[in-house]
Design a protein around this ligand. Structure first.
Ligand code: AP5
Ligand code: MG
Length: 217
């Protein structure tokens, strides 16, 4: 069985947090365009340098760049049994490009899980978010704290705060979401693929809700 999922939702909605549970449950990879772009920034590639300027400003990276990265990634062997798209597509143009690429390969998206979270909750989630410098595990200073302040429970490495998790940039990212990404909710609803989830619930309850609504589980 293969399972191709899209996790859709505003910055801070819990896409990355829930993707970690789904990786474990289904043994399929997370394909996070944000993580891939941050890796390109860290590697100092030309594409990474251009992407960094957009990311630091809270803007989207151009569609052509992101679509190219995702198409290449979905060809890799570990995606053969499915994947969890996190943070992609983010514009109607990206969604159309994905649909054409999948149709060419005789594939389809099985479900689009849309997380719904209030704006002020998103701001407080993002200002308090921390991630591990070693294994990338995610935390929140109040909602999902590590056992020892600033240290990863899983690997013992130091935690860090993302450059774009400053309040001014967060608010810009939320505005960009409303203008450019929110239309995808209607797009996938029309296609009969949308599954809405109350993302305001605690992490474990969101996890259970997502598992309950996935096809064939
Ligand atoms: P990206 O990395 O995708 O960031 P994002 O979409 O802004 O989403 P986040 O990663 O901030 O939030 P999340 O939903 O994963 O939340 P998380 O689980 O961490 O993109 C970054 C940038 O890259 C973009 O701004 C853009 O420039 C560029 N980019 C990426 N993709 C692109 C694309 N397709 N096209 C163009 N440009 C692109 O949770 C957040 C916090 O809340 C954590 O601390 C967590 O512990 C906590 N939390 C999670 N769930 C709950 C809960 N239920 N209750 C309480 N706390 C919770
Ligand atoms: Mg994320």
């Amino acid at each position: 069985m293969s399972l191709n999922l899209i996790l859709l939702g505003p910055p801070g909605a819990g896409k990355g947090t829930q993707a970690q549970f789904l990786i474990e449950k289904f043994g399929i990879p997370q394909v996070s365009t944000g993580d891939m772009l941050r890796a390109a920034v860290a590697a100092g590639t030309e594409m990474g340098l251009k992407a960094k300027a957009c990311m630091d400003a809270g803007d989207l990276v151009p569609d052509a760049v992101v679509v190219g990265i995702v198409k290449d990634r979905l060809q890799e062997a570990d995606c053969a049994k499915g994947y969890i798209l996190d943070g992609f597509p983010r514009t109607v143009a990206q969604a159309d490009a994905l649909a054409s690429a999948l149709a060419e390969g005789g594939q389809k998206i099985d479900a689009v899980v849309a997380f719904e979270v209030d704006k002020e909750a998103l701001v407080s989630r993002l200002t308090g978010r921390r991630a591990c410098t070693g294994c990338s595990a995610g935390y929140h200073v109040d909602y999902d704290p590590p056992k020892v302040d600033g240290v990863c429970d899983k690997c013992g490495a130091k935690l860090f705060q993302r450059d774009d998790d400053q309040e001014e940039t967060i608010r810009k990212r939320l505005e960009v979401y409303d203008n450019q990404t929110a239309p995808l909710v209607g797009y996938y609803e029309k296609a009969g693929q949308l599954k809405r989830v109350d993302g305001m619930l605690p992490i474990d309850q969101v996890k259970q809700t997502v598992l309950d609504l996935l096809p064939g589980v």
